[in-house]
Write a new protein. Sequence first.
Length: 96
Amino acid sequence: MKYEQFRESLSSNKPPDNITVYLRALWFDAKDDWEKAHTIIQETEDMNAAWIHAYLHRKEGDTGNADYWYHRAGKKRPGITVEQEWETIVTALTHH
């Protein structure tokens, strides 16, 4: 799925059926359902999931927990807004 298609899917009431667990979590986050996004992503253990997990805790305001997950993802907490980070992650996960 391309970035533009993913953004357009946010106008629907449910996420597309054919998206990854990562995009599913980010979809629910964009729909203001942080809890659902967190529940989805915490069930996956790899570097992409850790990155999303870090972003979610950063958005929540839990910097210490976010930094733990950034470390697990092999990344550092970025100096951009959470909105910009959401776009960065989605872009990285949709350009395959």
